[in-house]
Design a protein around this ligand. Sequence first.
Ligand code: CP
Ligand code: NVA
Length: 302
Amino acid sequence: MRRDFISVLDADPHDLTLLLDSAARMKRARGEAGDRRILAGKCLAMVFEKASTRTRVSFEVGMEELGGHAIFLNPNDLQLGRGEEIRDTARVLSRYAAAVMIRAFKHGTIEEFARYSTIPVINGLSDREHPCQTLGDLLTLREHFGSTDGLSVAWIGDGNNVCHSLILAAAMAGVDLAVASPARYRPDRGIVEAARAAGAKIRVIGDPREAARDADALYTDVWVSMGEEAERAERLAAFRGYTIDASLLSLASPDAIVLHCLPAHRGEEITDEVLEGPQSIVWDQAENRLHTEKALLATLLG
Ligand code: CP
Ligand code: NVA
């Protein structure tokens, strides 16, 4: 596996299988003493330009469970917030920590950080990708269905960072993806083409009902991502009709599951009824961030 995990494509299909196998093992063995030696004495520096619940806590708890330690760094408390350059911060943190996890507004910030780092850099979400989310999603699908191969997943809503990482993983996971988004909010064309060139079966369409029909999983995310707050009114208008509600879910396979990376906005991209309903496995999905990130940390730092 490559040194950094900035894109889902930093793992190849073999790496991905090993990561998911390792995550499943760590999930079963959670709490056993052996795993506490894996990253003993190692420190993960975590830089968050934006809010986070799952990513922050799962990485921090994950480091702790592997015997290491994590430090939370708010850019406004670092000299970064006073204009120290990314390349300088990257070289300095490389002298202290064993790895850096960054959640940044711009994907380029994480890439620049990695260029100047001598330690692994992990993308904790950018405007382009959320690869750690995809690892948890694939483990969740695999646990539920036994394998991801041949599953049909319908992404309903914004063709955003979370959607991009899922698209880029589709070929590796053998998942057929239907993405239903309003015309202005479709996933990046270059990402879709790259995924198709890698063998992914992806349909990008406008009709959420067509995407949902007979799907094994319906997946959605917020309509207004962090950093897009100024577009809220325009986005809420554009996404009308893209809510995962009971009627949309009824079109999917009777055994279909519902995924959401969270945080959820009930009444916007998903109804309370569906999020709280028996087909929703969003809490397992959130938990799986911990297990997959532990596997990732052990692979990159172990
Ligand atoms: N899904 C996810 O990354 O959640 P947070 O923004 O809470 O980290
Ligand atoms: N698309 C969302 C995901 C949050 C985990 C955002 O970028 O805000």
